[in-house]
Design a protein around this ligand. Structure first.
Ligand code: PNW
Length: 463
């Protein structure tokens, strides 16, 4: 198998607004659900917040120079909705938009392709107060927001990603309560999933209407690489149920124009899905220029042995509604600092699966990476050989998928910088660049030098 990536392959890195920007109360920005969640005691480890984060809002120009030094071909960032449209509806904040305009311009000057994510989890708090994603109107507010960002930045941003990981928004946010807004209501989570799908379709239309020329439109899913523990029919059925909730709840309407029948049957005790209206799936099935795949770790499930435990009520309960008959297992093998299993075959499986399901659909690996306990040595250098091994193995999976016919157009390492890792606060470091939060000094980890060399040569080194 070749170790060389195709010419034109997009080599990128990714971040998200709330995780890196800081400047939470500057230039007219209002609270998002994550600001509120972080201020609620007990929700985020150590009481950490994104108020300062990696201070990217003030260090934008330096950070872009850092990217240029690494030779990045693309940078995936997200726009903070409450920064550019503070109340989630109505008037725009010019100063908020100016930041993203300047960011896109800095990137373009250095030949780095801007890849803009419209929603990476920071819903304006005012819209959550009006019901949030379980309410249909939120999808329409999102389309208006997408249109205004398209008008403001469409002349300089070629790639548009509507949503980042709607599974996390719906199920970690509204069923498990471990992400903002911290609600624990299974029916609300299923409604949220549908309205996120609708928001995706409406926003894709809005971007095409607002952006001159031919914008590239995609969505980034954390599709589940679900494995059954054995090949028994019971374990296969457990994997089927989880796959419906993790992946097909989104790819069904987005790629095929219909929700899977088994998902409706599995969740019938929770909802009759009457919030899905005629015509919705036609909107959601919007022709995509690429499907974004975020991949970190596989899942291992089996049929529950014995009686299912009762479903607890509070935050931290399972994010999987209607899976009382399923047991989730820790996959064997090495793990990262998140306790996530290292298994690159999951990435190969997803890329080849989507190629079978939607032949010819271009794919982007919109996130892949790992957290490790990085610490500067006595000489100040940060050596992260485990991260290099992780990236190497996952890029080998990308090469294998390419060899087997997957049309993978690019790879975005999560993350450019150490940043605010949601419920884990600053305790988990995903960056290829180390951030000393006391001084905000940036130090390239050895993985960043490794990645820069890979970008320069376009080929994966042996071993
Ligand atoms: C993704 N899970 O989050 C996000 O897109 C990033 O913002 C985040 O920093 C990164 O992956 C690392 O966590 C996820 O529990 C968070 O399955 C949680 C899960 C998956 C993805």
């Amino acid at each position: 198998m070749t170790t060389t990536f195709p010419p034109g392959f997009l080599w990128g890195a990714a971040t998200a607004a709330y995780q890196v920007e800081g400047a939470a109360r500057e230039d007219g920005r209002t609270d998002s659900i994550w600001d509120t969640f972080c201020r609620t005691p007990g929700r985020v480890l150590g009481g950490d917040t994104g108020d300062v984060a990696s201070d990217h809002y003030h260090r934008r120009a330096d950070d872009v120079r850092l990217m240029a030094g690494l030779g990045l071909g693309a940078y995936r960032f997200s726009v903070s909705w409450p920064r550019v449209q503070p109340t989630g509806r109505g008037p725009v904040s010019q100063r908020g938009l100016d930041f993203y305009r300047a960011l896109a311009d800095d990137l373009l000057v250095h030949g780095i392709t801007p890849v803009l994510t419209l929603y990476h989890w920071d819903l304006p708090q005012e819209l959550e107060d009006a019901g949030g994603w379980p309410e249909r109107t939120t999808a329409h507010r999102f389309a208006d927001y997408a249109h205004l960002v398209g008008q403001a930045l469409g002349d300089r941003v070629p790639w548009w990603i509507t949503l980042n990981e709607p599974w996390c928004s719906a199920f970690l946010g509204y069923a498990a309560g471990i992400h903002a807004p911290g609600r624990t209501d299974d029916e609300a989570a299923l409604r949220a999933a549908h309205h996120l799908n609708l928001a995706h379709g409406l926003a894709a239309q809005a971007v095409r209407a607002a952006v001159p020329g031919r914008p590239q439109v995609a969505v980034a899913l954390n599709a589940g690489a679900v494995r059954a523990r054995t090949d028994s029919p019971e374990d296969a059925d457990a994997a089927r149920r989880v796959d419906a909730l993790a992946t097909r709840i989104f790819t069904g309407p987005m790629l095929h124009g219909a929700y899977p029948a088994d998902l409706f049957a599995d969740t019938a005790a929770l909802t009759d899905w009457s919030f899905v209206r005629d015509g919705d799936t036609d909107v959601i099935r919007h022709p995509l220029d690429a499907l974004g795949v975020n991949y970190y770790a596989p899942m291992l499930v089996s049929a529950a042995d014995g009686k299912a435990p009762p479903r607890p009520a509070g935050p931290g309960r399972s994010p999987w509604p209607a899976t009382e008959g399923v047991t989730f297992h820790q996959p064997p093998g090495r793990r990262t600092a998140m306790d996530w299993a290292v298994d690159p075959t999951g990435l190969y499986d997803l890329l080849t699966r989507f190629t079978r399901e939607a032949p010819g659909l271009p794919l982007l690996v919109t996130e892949n990476g790992a957290a490790y306990d990085d610490k500067p040595g006595a000489d100040g250098a940060v050596h992260d050989p485990e991260r290099i091994a992780y990236l190497h193995a996952h890029l080998e999976s990308v090469l294998r998928a390419l060899a087997d016919g997957a049309d993978v157009r690019g790879y975005f390492l999560w993350s450019l910088l150490d940043n605010f890792e949601w419920a884990y606060g600053y305790s988990k470091r995903f960056g290829m660049v180390y951030v000393d939060y006391a001084t905000q000094a940036r130090t390239l980890k050895s993985s960043a030098r490794w990645y820069a060399e890979l970008i320069r040569t376009g080929r994966l080194p042996q071993g």
